[in-house]
Design a protein around this ligand. Structure first.
Ligand code: PRX
Length: 575
């Protein structure tokens, strides 16, 4: 395929001015040097919550602000000592229920200080945390709880109705944060239990390969998969926090991602707190005014966000910017989807900041290919592999291809934060490593002759809408539950703001006729049954959908229809 390469370069900002300096700095890099930072390098026993919170208290930084939380109703801050004590209490609340090491404990709630306290408390007793995005509806929640055999769930009164207790037999404990209108014995009150829980807790010391977190994410086939990470990931969280986020002691850091997604934990919780920096969490919804005022009010210095947000901010115009003092910003980063070169140029012009694109995935656990302080930024490129990470482009046979050739973006395995398994699904895990010694990402990309990587697209049918990863199968399965739907095929349709939106092609059952009301009804059905971000914003009815002889809907053909492209090889089509 023809590659249209752009050679623009924004020079680096800090002391390292060119690639030679950069290469020199990391010439002798090895991960063991990073491990020496942790006490467990000597003791052999670790715990992420200890490294992120308690050790700062022990080191005399207990009074430093760890968390600034705000939304339309609340504004609170917590020191490292307060977070240590409260998470100890919550660890005790869980232990009282007999929950312990290795148990899967899920959190299903909107951002709030309690979410962070609960998450740390879960980790302190060695349980594995499973964060769920608040927009999930009943089916999405149930699938994840069942697959992971979660024993406990922490949620809020608003979301309690989305948990189907009869279909989640392993779920023994539901802890509710907030007042219930009709208190009921089958759930545990967070506030009542916290009131009587001790602040002293014997921490569960773990091995590096003991569990940390499960994030459910989507592939092109099957239900969402549970990407399971272990304690060892902290090595890379810490290191990337240093070289990519460039975190320093007096930073005020804001990652805009929700902990329901991997960015919101690896970089919304672990990396900043491993560095002991003040972490800003802003609840509620996006608006340019709200976000700019968050930066101005808390004097945010390092800001990690996503292309859809930057595109919306760009769309809101530069006049909004002039109403806020954004001069505290020192470093701005982006992740989750392709960052358009014009957005990088706009950021440079308006904030005077280079927006640093970073590439990684739920499976990689931490940043892998990035633009970071110390290297020149090429707008449109994801950057270069982190020290200690080897990335390359491979053809479908597993051979490395020369620069400027498009192929499979592959990473040499293992690395410290690599997923440890796909929960309950060893075959899925093996698929990623089908080329001996390499992790095949599912993204296509090329490398230029200076070792910068350029994202080209997904190889599979996974959809990326506003940086949220959506598996077409999950949406199609939900659509098929609608009484009017006979067949459904779902694709990502290019969109200027969201990157992609979800489009569904649907054939109707006998007796149903297409209408705007029916479209609306189907949209709502997915929105209310699965989640808002998975609902098809566009629906097109078709008499018949293209299928293989084995009955599999050919999304590739749907996509070609949509984009007016040639449909390619149709030899396997049904008729
Ligand atoms: O396709 C790539 C895209 O997001 C996918 C990973 O999604 P998820 O596991 O949800 O993790 C997102 C945040 C870590 C990748 O396979 N992606 C991620 N970062 C970038 C990107 N696409 C282009 N440029 C990026 N910087």
């Amino acid at each position: 395929m023809e590659i249209n390469h752009n050679n623009e370069l924004l020079p680096s900002v800090n002391s390292l001015t060119n690639m030679d300096d950069y290469e020199q700095t990391y010439k002798d890099f090895n991960w063991e040097d990073v491990e020496r930072h942790f006490t467990w390098y000597e003791t052999g026993k670790c715990n992420m919550a200890y490294e992120a919170i308690d050790q700062h208290v022990e080191a005399g930084r207990g009074d430093k602000i760890a968390l600034i939380y705000s939304d339309a109703k609340r504004e609170e801050s917590y020191t490292f000592r307060q977070l240590r004590d409260k998470s100890n209490q919550f660890g005790n609340v869980l232990r009282k229920q007999g929950i312990g090491k290795g148990d899967r404990v899920f959190i299903f709630m909107a951002r709030s200080p309690e979410l962070y306290i609960c998450l740390l408390g879960i980790l302190k007793i060695g349980a594995v945390v499973g964060p769920l995005f608040e927009a999930f509806m009943e089916t999405a929640v149930k699938d994840r709880l069942v697959d992971s055999s979660a024993v406990a769930l922490i949620t809020t009164p608003q979301l309690l109705g989305r948990i189907s207790k009869s279909e989640t037999p392993d779920l023994k404990h539901i802890i509710v944060v907030g007042e219930l209108e009709n208190p009921d014995d089958s759930v545990i009150s967070y506030h009542a239990e916290m009131e009587v829980a001790s602040e002293e807790l014997e921490l569960e010391w773990l091995n590096r390969d003991d569990g940390l977190i499960i994030h459910y994410t989507s592939g092109s086939t099957g239900k969402p998969k549970g990407v399971y990470h272990v304690q060892n990931a902290m090595i890379q969280h810490y290191f990337s926090g240093k070289v990519v986020l460039d975190l320093r002691d007096d930073d005020v850091y804001w990652c805009t991602a929700d902990p329901g997604w991997v960015t919101g934990t690896s970089y919304g919780i672990f990396a900043p707190w491993l560095h002991g920096v003040t972490n800003v969490i802003r609840g509620g919804r996006f608006s340019p005014q709200d976000w700019y005022s968050t930066i101005a009010k808390y004097k945010v210095t390092v800001w990690y966000s996503a292309p859809t947000a930057f595109r919306m901010l760009m769309g809101a115009g530069d006049e909004v910017i002039s109403q806020y003092d954004l001069s505290s910003l020192r470093h701005v980063l982006s992740v989750g989807e392709p960052l358009n070169p014009e957005v990088v140029r706009w950021g440079y012009k308006t904030y005077g900041q280079r927006i640093h694109d970073t590439w990684w995935m739920t499976e990689t656990g931490a940043q892998m290919i990035c633009n970071y302080p110390g290297m020149g930024i090429k707008p449109g490129s994801m950057g270069r592999p982190l020290p200690g990470i080897e990335a390359t482009i491979k053809d479908d046979k597993g051979n490395t291809v020369p620069p400027y050739t498009m192929g499979n973006l592959a990473i040499k395995a293992p690395w410290p934060s690599m997923m440890n398994r796909i929960w309950n699904n060893p075959d899925k895990y093996e698929e990623y490593f089908r080329v001996q010694g390499w992790y095949i990402s599912g993204d296509s990309a090329y490398m230029d002759d200076e070792g910068y990587f350029w994202f080209q697209g997904r190889i599979d049918d996974v959809i990326n809408s506003s940086g949220e990863r959506i598996g077409p199968f999950e949406v199609e399965s939900k659509l098929l539950e609608h009484p009017a739907v006979a067949e459904a095929g779902v694709i990502g349709k290019p969109d200027a703001i969201r990157g992609e939106i979800i489009k569904a092609f649907i054939s109707l059952r006998e007796g149903y006729v297409e209408s705007p009301e029916l479209k609306e009804d189907i949209y709502r059905f997915v929105k209310e049954g699965l989640s808002a971000h998975a609902a098809p914003r566009e629906i097109e009815f078709k008499e018949k959908l293209p299928k293989t002889r084995s009955g599999k809907i050919m999304r590739r053909v749907l996509k070609a229809w949509e984009l007016n492209l040639p449909t390619g090889d149709l030899s396997t089509i049904e008729d």
